[in-house]
Structures are given as structure tokens and as C-alpha cells.
Design a protein around this ligand. Structure first.
Ligand code: GDP
Ligand code: MG
Length: 422
């Protein structure tokens, strides 16, 4: 079984939480895109963890975790993340963590470039997490990247790095910054390279053998459909493919076919950073929802923008992900609301539509909001039958609107706080 578990919305849908729950059925969990700009929160019997680079399966003793070729890896950050977890008693060894030899390393100058660019843009900024992700992906496609496998040939790497740094300094000095020192970068690579090298391996071969051996593999996405580089709200997107279809490629088994895709969809909307967010709510109503959902970024601590469930955006998310079923998260957060707003359509230049537009049409879209009846507390529910009638109605409405079966309903952050819809 090859399963992708992906975000339907703008990210922070609770992917980490659902991977942690569902990973018990899988032998291998792969991260296939993005970098340490991810923030996946997992709460289980071992405590509360925020993971940036490591797959959420690292918290289970039985799963092997893979960082695939599609991921960009800040090895200093990874070193710290490994240390943070091992200090808390999580066992991390080359047996349960494998990093692709083809993964690109996110270098200190990528982070620097990210910060310089956001500062140059001032009030026009994209809302980058400033972790170098955009610049390192750009360099990857310019064929100016350093790969994990390069750590094993330090002499060659040293030579290559002086060319890279010379090229990078054209940009760096253009920003009015002092040039980058190749020796410093090399020393950084050697220092953190020593820590990560034991985990670096031919992941593609490992995964191909695993598929042949009938292993169950899960692909864990970072961010959501609407942040996909091509199909998201460009240019306010991430720099990689967040979609399920990219899972096998970014993990290392491009020829493999997905068995199924589970879309993680939130019972309301949140969005971190800049960009069009048609359903956005403001004022007291927004503040109350933000508080109830504790909507502050896991990676950055930034307050998240919030809004009601957005039918056009989520329907589109389900479509581009090709989701076979849905895990609806954070239904409990709506518990306190007497009337629940839902964005049922967009008004684009006077035309009412449930199709999700892009570009300028998206910028001009206005939400069409309708209110449905609230349903009181659902946090204690563990069976579908236990849900109040109005909660069932809400779930059914979303299901019909997005055109995919809601198989799981999460009503709390803890591992067992969910309902499986039979
Ligand atoms: P991810 O990036 O998609 O993994 O999601 P985040 O971890 O950034 O954000 C989801 C937040 O909601 C985390 O703090 C989770 O612990 C929390 N969470 C997940 N599912 C639920 C739920 O059903 N109810 C509540 N109240 N919190 C949840
Ligand atoms: Mg997150």
C-alpha cells in the first residue's frame, strides 16, 4: 500500500497529527518536499513535539523514516532537531532514519538570501519563513546545489564550493551585503555533515526494494494544496510541489503508483503569511476563532489568519490532490459557536462561482458567506453516532461540497481524540 497524506487547504491542517495516528499501519514514512519551514505538531503518550524536517513517523518505534530527494535539508537545523528528540528519549539511528543521497543541502547563504530579499521587498513581501527555502530550490534548478552525496567527497566539494560561492557573491554583493566566505561554508558543511552522514543512503534503491517486498509506505506532505508551486496561490506559494502526485518522485520511487490519497482538511480555514485569502474574517469573530483553535504558527509563532470553511478553495484542494477520502480536523474548535459561518461560493466580478480562480480573478474574489447552526461540544465524541445532529449535518454538508468521503473526524490534538466514520 502506497498512501499519500496531504493538505487540502493552505497548510497547518493537522497533517503531523494524522500521520502520527495513521502511521501505525505503515512500515515507512517519507517526507518528499519542502524543508524546515514546515511545522508539524504531534501530541502523543511521549509528549508534545514540533517537527520541522523529520517525518512524523519518527515518534513511532516501528517505522522507518525517509527524507527524500525532493526535500531541501538545512543540516544544522536537522542536527538540532535530532538532538532535541534524542534528548527526550526518542531513538534515532541509521536504521530508522534514512536521508536521500540526492537531497539538496540548504546552506547558510540561502537563509541569508531569503532574509535580504524579504527586507528588500519591505511591505510587498511574500511572507517567507526566512529559512532559505525559496533560494535553495532556485539554486537546485539552476544546477548550483550541493547534494548530500557530495559530503562523501570533501575535496571535490571544496573545489565545487569555491565556484558556487563566487557565483553566489554576485547576488549577495548586489544586495549590498559583504561577500560570503567559501571556507566558512565548507567548515559548516564538514561540521554538520559529520552528524548527518551516517543516515545518508541510496534511498531510491531502499524504497524500490521496499515496494518489491510489499511494504506499506506513506508519503507525508508539508503545507497544503493551495501552496503548491504550480497549482497554489502563486506567487504566494511554497517553492515545491506539495501535491500527492509528487510523493513518489520526491521520495525516490518515481515509477511507483499511489494506492490512495488521504486529504487532511480543516473544519475552518487558516492561512499563514501573505497572499489572497478570500474567506478571511476580521475583528472579534476572527479573534475568538484564532484563540479557540490556538492558531499560532508552529514554526514561527506568527498568528494565523483565520476564516470559515471555504468551499471553493477546499473543493479545488480535493481535486488537485486527487483525495480519495478526507480526514476532517479540528471540528471541536467550532464547539463554542452558536452560528457557524461557511464560505459557500465566491463572487468574482458579479459572477457567483464555486470554482477556485487564480491570479487577478482570485485577488478580486469576494466571499459569499452563509451561517449554519452550531452544534456544541464534540470533543468527547469517539463514534459518529455520538455526534450531535447539527455536527453530523455540518460534516455531511462539507462532504457533499468537496465531493469526497470524510473517513476520519479529529476532535482533539491527542492521538486518540478522533472518530473513524464506518
Ligand atoms: P500541520 O502543519 O498540518 O501538521 O499542522 P500544525 O501542527 O501546524 O497545526 C495543527 C495544530 O492543531 C497543532 O497544534 C495540533 O496539535 C492541533 N490539532 C490537530 N488536530 C486537532 C483537532 O482535531 N483539534 C484540536 N483542538 N487541535 C488539533
Ligand atoms: Mg504546520
Amino acid at each position: 500500500m502506497l498512501t499519500a497524506i496531504v493538505g487540502i487547504n493552505w497548510g497547518d491542517e493537522g497533517k503531523g497529527r494524522m500521520v502520527d495516528l495513521l502511521s501505525s499501519d505503515y512500515d515507512i514514512i517519507c517526507r518528499y518536499q519542502g524543508g524546515n519551514n514546515a511545522g508539524h505538531t504531534v501530541v502523543n503518550e511521549k509528549g508534545k513535539f514540533i517537527l520541522n524536517l523529520l517525518p512524523s513517523g519518527i515518534l513511532r518505534d516501528t517505522t522507518v523514516n525517509v527524507i527524500g530527494n525532493g526535500v531541501v535539508v538545512d543540516i544544522e537545523h536537522l542536527t538540532n532537531e535530532i538532538k532535541m528528540l534524542t534528548d527526550r528519549g526518542i531513538k534515532i539511528t541509521p536504521e530508522n532514519l534514512k536521508i536521500s543521497d540526492k537531497a539538496i543541502i540548504c546552506l547558510p547563504y540561502h537563509k541569508m538570501q531569503d532574509i535580504m530579499e524579504e527586507e528588500r521587498l519591505a511591505d510587498k513581501k511574500f511572507g517567507s519563513t526566512r529559512r532559505g527555502i525559496g533560494p535553495v530550490y532556485s539554486d537546485k534548478y539552476m544546477k548550483k546545489g550541493v547534494r548530500m552525496e557530495d559530503l562523501f567527497t570533501p575535496d571535490k566539494l571544496h573545489e565545487h564550493l569555491s565556484d558556487l560561492v563566487e557565483w553566489k557573491n554576485i547576488t549577495v554583493t548586489g544586495y549590498g551585503h559583504k561577500p560570503v566566505d567559501a571556507e566558512e561554508i565548507f567548515a559548516w558543511l564538514m561540521k554538520y555533515g559529520e552528524v548527518v552522514k551516517p543516515y545518508v543512503t541510496d534511498v531510491s534503491k531502499y524504497l524500490n526494494d521496499a515496494v518489491a517486498g510489499g511494504k506499506n509506505i506513506m508519503f507525508e506532505a508539508q503545507l497544503g494544496a493551495l501552496r503548491d508551486i504550480d497549482f497554489g496561490i502563486y506567487p504566494y506559494t511554497s517553492s515545491s510541489y506539495t501535491l500527492a502526485a509528487f510523493g513518489p518522485i520526491g521520495a525516490g520511487i518515481p515509477g511507483a503508483k499511489l494506492t490512495n490519497t488521504i486529504g487532511i482538511m480543516k473544519a475552518y480555514s487558516t492561512c499563514v503569511g501573505e497572499g489572497p485569502f478570500t474567506c478571511e474574517m476580521f475583528g472579534d469573530e476572527a479573534e475568538a476563532l484564532r484563540k479557540a483553535g490556538n492558531e499560532y504558527g508552529a514554526a514561527t509563532g506568527r498568528p494565523r489568519r483565520v476564516g470559515p470553511f471555504d468551499i471553493p478553495a477546499s473543493r479545488y484542494g480535493v481535486r488537485v490532490q486527487g483525495a480519495d477520502c478526507i480526514a476532517l480536523t479540528k471540528l471541536d474548535v467550532l464547539s463554542g459557536m452558536e452560528k457557524i459561518p461557511v464560505c459557500v461560493a465566491y463572487d468574482v466580478d458579479g459572477t457567483i462561482t464555486t470554482d477556485f480562480p487564480t491570479g487577478e480573478r482570485l485577488n478580486r474574489a469576494k466571499p459569499v458567506v452563509k451561517y449554519v447552526d452550531g452544534f456544541g461540544d464534540v470533543s468527547h465524541c469517539r463514534k459518529y453516532e455520538e455526534l450531535p445532529e447539527n455536527a453530523k449535518k455540518y460534516v455531511k454538508m462539507l462532504e457533499e461540497a468537496v465531493g469526497a468521503h470524510i473517513k476520519y473526524i479529529s476532535v482533539g490534538a491527542g492521538r486518540e481524540e478522533y472518530i473513524e466514520v464506518k
